[in-house]
Design a protein. Sequence first.
Length: 381
Amino acid sequence: MKVALVHDWLTGMRGGEYVLDAIIELFPHAHLFTLLYVDGTVNKRIAQLPRQSAWVQRVPAASKYYRHFLPFMPSMIERFDLRQFDLVVSSSHCVAKGVLKRPGAVHVSYVHAPMRYVWSRFEDYFGPGRSSIPVRVAATSLRGYLQSWDRRSSSPERVDRLVANSSFTAREILHAYGREAPVVHPFADLARFRRPHGVGDVYLMVGAFAPNKRVDIAIEAFNRLRLPLVIVGRGQQEGALRSLAGPTVTFLGGLANEAIDELYARARAFVFPGIEDFGITPLEAMASGTPVIAYAEGGARESVVDGESGVFFSPQTAEALIAAVQRVESGSDGFSETRIRARAAEFTRERFQQRFLAEVRVAWAEAGKDPAALGSASPFA
């Protein structure tokens, strides 16, 4: 049996890439297809797979400007030749699930989100103040085409089984594609987070500076609170966000895991003000024994337990976030490091792999395939 793995692009190790790494462990002899691969940005297991990229790989400075090619991505992904593969597994938040399989092949797509730029997050990326007027006009004109393609490429003829990373994403899939999707939650690498937790005075954020992360809300709140906030990450909004920061907000840029893990282990709380489809960083914070302050929407509601492993705030405003931080400062919840870590321990890599493989087996069986062929590809056979 020949297996193809498909991932939107590989430009760093974030939540989606750790999920891909776990899927590769299930299918270690697979061939990898991705629109763009940037050397040195992913781990050894991913880097060593035989790989094919799209034509954007040859464009100068593509690693910086690849998002500008969004209108061309549907055609890029459909040009990959997968005729020799029996099983296609895609890890998709943009166009990866749109690959064309051969007749008789089985395609299972792990969906991190329907194409978030054109569905529910459109205003986050292209709303007033989020992008220039020409970019907003162009995005608005293309939105209908991209939604139509995204819906068409998610049909049962193209994807045998859609698997959602959260119940929140499953509802988005139902709205966008009209299809039900079972839920298999992602995981945190719990072995990374074994340092004893020492409660400090610093609050922490970790992640890419994308519009939906709402780093601006956190900066405004901590400017007004005059409490220390440390922000780790990089992204397209970095310059604008730095200009908003007051004296108690510190940007550390991109850091290695070792340094990030140390920050998790001594943070007073982890701040998560955006809407995420699931969100790996709150799990990492909880695995370190650190409570999470999260906006009460999206996937965080499926990982964080209010009053036990964190605090929710709503609406999505600086004022509501300030109230949540003041609740943490008061110590009224009496957070237990043991209970917080126990919550994170419910989301393991092994649990993800077993449940995801079970969904692949369902799709394989429904297509009338020999289960023995699939079992030979997996350590959980």
